[in-house]
Ligand binder design. Sequence first.
Ligand SMILES: [Zn+2]
Ligand SMILES: [Zn+2]
Length: 246
Amino acid sequence: MFFFEENSWLAGVFIIFFRFFLIAGLAYFVFYVWLKNKFSHLKIQGKSPSTNQIKKEIYYSILTLLFYSGTSGLVLYWYKIGITKIYFDINEYGIVYLIASVFIMILFHDTYFYWTHKLMHSNKWLYRFHKIHHSSQNPTPWAAFSFHPAEAFISLGIIPLIIFVIPTHPIALIIFLIIMTIYNVVIHLGYEIFSKKSIFHNISKWKNTTRDHDLHHEIGGRFNYGLYFSIWDRMMGTYLEKRTKV
Ligand SMILES: [Zn+2]
Ligand SMILES: [Zn+2]
């Protein structure tokens, strides 16, 4: 299989960077450049983020992507020594499982993200690393992977958790990684896209919305630790809703 051939590593690095710069770049171009005035009423925090903040977000996101790229060879190694649950024949588990496995990965990741994120806020030593991400009080799409390398390492923990526990087809893993990148960019967008008038509003009840995560950044991280959903936050009493007019 191509993805697991030796010379595919460079292709993997390219995909990691391309995925982020395409998704974050498109979101930034549409909301912060092209249609900035049209969407100005949806900006969650009125002020514009500083150029210095955006430069810092891009710098740390590139560092994170370099780290992700550098460690992607480990997955190849783990697969080769036969300790993962990666499989290639779709018929082995069926197409329904293939689709379901993407949702299982998202639920796993949401749980992993909530608890590691909460830990980074409650542990002073770990917060020293996480505060790099919180230097964006008014985040933009470029903040999606703006992490200290130590936080990048923690965030990467979801990959072994998935491939060692869940039967994983590479296609499902790739779809999951694309959804993860899109959703990470969405919650750092800085614009209210889940407003009452929005087509996304009805699906937003249990979701961690852009407004929820933006508030997490604005108030220094005391509430709203989730990634895709607000379920863990609601269960653990760490959910705080920001009232908006739109
Ligand atoms: Zn964030
Ligand atoms: Zn945080």
